[in-house]
Design a protein around this ligand. Structure first.
Ligand SMILES: [Zn+2]
Length: 87
């Protein structure tokens, strides 16, 4: 795979200690839904998506894993909770 075919995203690099361009070398999305708890009428549903990304710094070539979790309930359809954890 040629590097110029890879998507690029700007994220914080733990080695460069600043935001740098990273190649997205792998990306997986898993999602699902289930009825909301405490809802006797089953009118509401909770859905979520988890995006796993493996990123490589274009500068120092450090590899970073990024996990993004999107959770949505139909009680508040415009409100998304987004967590980013970099390790
Ligand atoms: Zn770096």
């Amino acid at each position: 795979m040629k590097e110029n075919n890879l998507k690029i995203q700007k994220v914080h690099c733990n080695k460069c200690l600043q935001e740098t361009k990273h190649f997205i070398i792998a990306e997986r999305i898993s999602s699902g839904c289930q009825p909301a708890n405490n809802d006797p009428h089953c009118e509401y549903e909770i859905s979520w998506s988890t995006i796993y990304k493996m990123l490589e710094c274009c500068g120092c070539e450090n590899i970073t894993m990024q996990l993004s979790l999107f959770r949505r309930t139909d009680l508040s359809p415009r409100k998304f909770l987004i967590f980013n954890s970099l390790s």
